[in-house]
Write a protein that binds this ligand. Structure first.
Ligand SMILES: Nc1ncnc2c1ncn2[C@@H]1O[C@H](COP(=O)(O)OP(=O)(O)OP(=O)(O)O)[C@@H](O)[C@H]1O
Length: 718
């Protein structure tokens, strides 16, 4: 087959069909090839098999998070690895089916010839004027929509990266007002104080229409943005008599992330010392704490990819803050930028080192790829000296820094993890090993006897019994101090829990059958909160160490212990994650809900009544609108969901759990990277456990980086 595959369209199609059957390609990828082929044939310009393959692979790569197909990288890195064919945890039934076998003799020149069909593939120079389904930029092949998103981001950023009119002069009235507000919020600065990056971030982000504040867990992104908003309100209110306060909007990619931001913002705004600012309480009142999802903010239109707010109908806002921006994919980033009014400031918060969004693009990571090195120009350094009273170290200065470099600030100190926190040290060892050797530094932390991290070896051939035992009970005994409750920064922290905990709350705290609806809502809130106490994370989907197998094993163990009753598909206590955006329900990929049994409600004489004798199954989600409430959804309305007793690390982004357990497989695999392990560790707030059949797999994983193909970095940084 491999000899004829690129010589005959029918053979190529049957190869693609076999890949779909094996689950290697999505049906969507093949459908796209067929659609474009029909169109081209109708126009009398049939596609060559190589071009058909290029279309299938571009679409396949999108499904894996790459914005485009990089023909050069694919040839250089090896076809099978670059394309992940066969996928991470599968093997090829037949060598002749592998991309390496089919593409072995295909040179870049052959691709050039195959792509030379303007009806189907436009060159980047003609991209805007053509309507071809694909666009080619050098060796990168894009589906048109994704090329357009990159272009939109590039153009939007170019427009927003210049200093705002009012703040162009570092000694002007606007800059002086800002410097005064920062002094009041951060206190005075001594020449020999260490750089306060939170203060620098405020001065930097205030300056232009677009900025990013990036930092690891607990580096103070929320604290900083609250001070920034206070400073911006203070400047707005002080510059002219009778001025109105700024209209501020806050959003995060998922309901869960927005609920989390809402909670931490509310605390930070309440605790903010505004005594040094004129009219401090008016400023506090002008900082909103309601956080919505990005989709709701933009006004998703049910049944379409369109939004109510866009370039021609922008949001009503002067400042827009998006948290957990590492989860925002390229399409949403383009849409957010386009819907932000030209005069407004867009501020992104996020951890650049986390895994990228589930959907295509690693936008925040690309924006921040030079963040650690600063690359601040003399003009930026002058601004920061004037406004933040900060002297930037020479190694962070760069006369050739790009406009985007100037808009990015990296917070460099964690306030959440104290020196005795193993989680904080492990995250740093994996993500920023001082020696460059993540495996050795992580080993030192893992063996350091920290009370908040446990590592246990699990059986290679039959890991399920050990993993389920740990996940049901919480595995306190595997922590060096026996998992005893402790104080963190003066606040008590409960011992590590497992899944028995939230199921216990579900049973014990259940209201009486005739309780009113408010009590049922409170109960659902309690169960959702209790669920946050533990989460099992896996690197893989399939196999004994993957999500599918471990979900089954945990369900079986919970049933055996009579903690759940699994007669039907939707059982009370089933935790589910939404796997695709559902605009009509307002649920986003990544939202987590818990299935609960509640009394039926109906309307009688215009009044809602509860029928205690009739029980129904509903799924409770955090409302995600800043209210702290619960949203109930009928299971039959949920289109794409999966049970998440075990969840992939990819899907856990934006969530945090008091105790997180990470299970790694018994052999290295392309998905195992430093970003994956770092993201898994940093989902844990108080307890982290690592279950590994072979420590070497962990060591190898932390030595490898994620690479996502896109052209964004090149257009932004040249
Ligand atoms: N400059 C500071 N001095 C002392 N404590 C601080 C400072 N900045 C932040 N903190 C504290 O550190 C903790 C984490 O801060 P914050 O929630 O702002 O960080 P974050 O980066 O938003 O965290 P997350 O990883 O949850 O997104 C909070 O308890 C906060 O009060």
């Amino acid at each position: 087959m491999s000899e004829t595959v690129l010589a005959d369209p029918a053979t190529l199609l049957s190869l693609l069909e076999s890949w779909v059957e094996l689950g290697w390609l999505r049906a969507l990828d093949l459908a796209l090839v067929r659609f474009v082929s029909h169109q081209a044939e109708a126009a009398g310009q049939p596609l060559s098999p190589l071009l058909m393959l290029g279309i299938a692979l571009s679409s396949h790569q999108l499904g894996r998070g790459h914005v485009c197909l990089d023909l050069d990288a694919m040839t250089r890195e090896g076809f099978n690895d670059a394309l992940s064919l066969p996928p991470e945890d599968d093997v090829a039934p037949d060598e002749r089916l592998l991309p390496s076998d089919i593409l072995r003799d295909t040179a870049l020149g052959d691709w050039e010839t195959a792509l030379d069909l303007p009806l189907v593939v436009a060159d980047v120079a003609d991209g805007e004027h053509s309507s071809s389904p694909l666009v080619r930029d050098g060796h990168r092949l894009y589906l048109r929509r994704y090329w357009q998103y990159e272009q939109a981001i590039f153009h939007q950023l170019s427009d927003r990266l210049a200093p705002l009119t009012q703040l162009q002069d570092p000694s002007g009235v606007g800059a002086r007002a800002l410097a005064g507000a920062l002094d009041a919020l951060f206190g005075g600065v001594d020449a020999d104080d260490a750089v306060d990056w939170q203060r620098v971030a405020c001065a930097n982000a205030a300056r232009q229409g677009f900025s990013v504040i990036t930092g690891g867990p607990g580096t103070g992104k929320t604290t900083t943005v609250v001070k920034l908003l206070a400073a911006l309100q203070s400047v707005a209110l002080s510059l002219s008599a009778g001025a109105r306060s700024l209209r501020i909007r806050l959003a995060a990619p998922t309901g869960k992330a927005s609920a989390r931001l809402n909670e931490s913002l509310a605390g930070a705004v309440d605790g903010l010392d505004l005594s040094g600012l004129h009219d401090g309480e008016a400023i506090r009142a002008a900082i909103p704490v309601e956080v919505t999802t990005v989709h709701r903010l933009l006004g998703s239109i049910p049944g379409s990819r369109k939004f109510r707010h866009h370039r021609h109908n922008p949001l009503v806002a002067d400042v827009l803050v998006i948290d957990e921006a590492s989860m925002v994919d390229i399409e949403m980033m383009a849409r957010v930028l386009e819907a932000t009014p030209p005069h407004a400031r867009l501020i992104l918060l996020g951890d650049k080192d986390q895994l990228a969004s589930v959907d295509a693009g690693a936008v925040l990571g690309e924006f921040c790829q030079r963040a650690a090195g600063g690359h601040y120009t003399p003009a930026t350094a002058g601004w920061l000296a004037q406004v933040a009273g900060t002297v930037i170290a020479p190694e962070l200065l760069d006369g050739a820094g790009t406009p985007l470099d100037q808009a990015i600030t990296m917070l460099r100190k964690s306030y959440r993890f104290t020196a005795d926190s193993g989680i904080g040290q492990l995250a740093t060892a994996v993500n920023q090993p001082a020696s460059g050797d993540a495996a050795t530094e992580a080993a030192r932390v893992l063996q350091g006897g920290f009370v908040d991290i446990a590592r246990a070896a699990i059986n290679r051939t039959e890991p399920e019994p050990q993993v389920t035992r740990h996940c049901l009970g919480g595995g306190a005994a595997s922590f060096p101090g026996g998992g005893e409750g402790r104080l963190i920064q003066g606040r008590p922290v409960a011992p590590p829990e497992g899944y028995r905990h939230y199921l216990g709350v579900m049973k014990r705290a259940r209201p009486a059958a005739d309780a009113d609806w408010t009590q049922w809502e409170q109960w659902a809130g309690q169960v959702l909160e209790a669920y946050n106490r533990f989460q099992l994370l896996c690197a893989l989907r399939r196999g004994p160490f993957g999500v599918e197998g471990l979900n089954q094993a945990i369900i079986a163990a919970l049933s055996k212990d009579k903690l759940i009753s699994t007669g039907e598909g939707w059982f009370a206590g089933r935790p589910i994650m939404v796997t695709r955006n559902d605009y009509s329900l307002g649920l986003m990929n990544g939202d987590i809900g818990i299935t609960l049994e509640v009394p039926a409600r109906h309307w009688l004489n215009g009044r809602e009544v509860i029928d205690p004798d009739h029980r129904v199954i509903r799924v409770a989600f955090p409302a995600g609108d800043g209210s702290g409430g619960v949203r109930w959804v009928l299971p039959s309305r949920l289109q794409g969901v999966e049970t998440v007793f075990a969840m992939t690390v990819h899907k856990s982004q934006g969530s945090e759990f008091a105790h997180t357990c990470l299970v790694l497989p018994d052999r290295i695999n392309p998905v195992l990277t430093r970003e994956l392990v770092y993201t898994g560790i940093t989902r844990a707030k108080h307890w982290f456990s690592l279950l590994v059949p072979d420590q070497q797999v962990f060591d190898q994983a932390v030595g490898r980086r994620v690479i996502r193909t896109s052209g964004l970095g090149r257009v932004l940084f040249g």
